[in-house]
Design a protein around this ligand. Sequence first.
Ligand SMILES: Cc1ncc(COP(=O)(O)OP(=O)(O)O)c(N)n1
Ligand SMILES: Cc1nc(C(=O)O)sc1CCOP(=O)(O)O
Ligand SMILES: [Mg+2]
Length: 210
Amino acid sequence: MPLHRLFPYQLYLVISEEACRGRDFLTVARQAIAGGVDIIQLREKNIDTPAYLAKATQLKAITDHYNIPLIINDNVAVAQHIGAFGVHVGNSDTPPTEIRAQWGTLLQIGYSIEYLSQLDNEETLVADHLGISPVFSTATKTDTVTEWGLKGIELIRSKTNKPLIAIGNMNKTNAAAVMQAGANCIAVVSAICSAENPEKAAYELRNCLS
Ligand SMILES: Cc1ncc(COP(=O)(O)OP(=O)(O)O)c(N)n1
Ligand SMILES: Cc1nc(C(=O)O)sc1CCOP(=O)(O)O
Ligand SMILES: [Mg+2]
């Protein structure tokens, strides 16, 4: 099956209340959807599960309304509870094999690739799509390991057929090159959440993608 059928999303918004700079994150999500994002991840760090659940439930009402898949970062219980499309985990989170063992194919699993050696492990094998973590270093998340760059995308592309999500300082100036290097999708926080006009920012990013 062609990759775009497995993961038919090209513009991926990763949203948190903090990234929206005092604006209502639900309003920013609606604006981003109007501008053309086609998948959203809720990424709240340092929040307890009841508070995460409350935010996820509110956002799910919006994503359902617009028929946009919602992914929950880190918290599998929240993802499962709200009937999310999927969950995104990294090397410090619940491993994909555990999620798969418990929930089968109920949740799509995104998994961060920080080391090339991960491409040979069981966690990558069971994941549905992979985050290239990060393509370029970013102030939004500083606890990262490898800055993959365009060459890193090409290398990872040559080693896996899984859908690749490019994350880390993605913006209008690099989106086309990142896709050209082999990514299937770009994921952004600040380029949309911190933009003065999130709808326009999403629309302009969308136009950089094929
Ligand atoms: C699409 C996507 N890719 C990578 C990440 C990073 O996940 P992780 O390494 O678990 O780090 P945190 O986001 O949990 O800080 C992501 N969230 N989304
Ligand atoms: C959530 C996240 N994960 C990353 C990774 O490298 O795994 S970088 C990142 C934040 C991306 O923010 P911005 O679009 O503002 O650069
Ligand atoms: Mg994580």
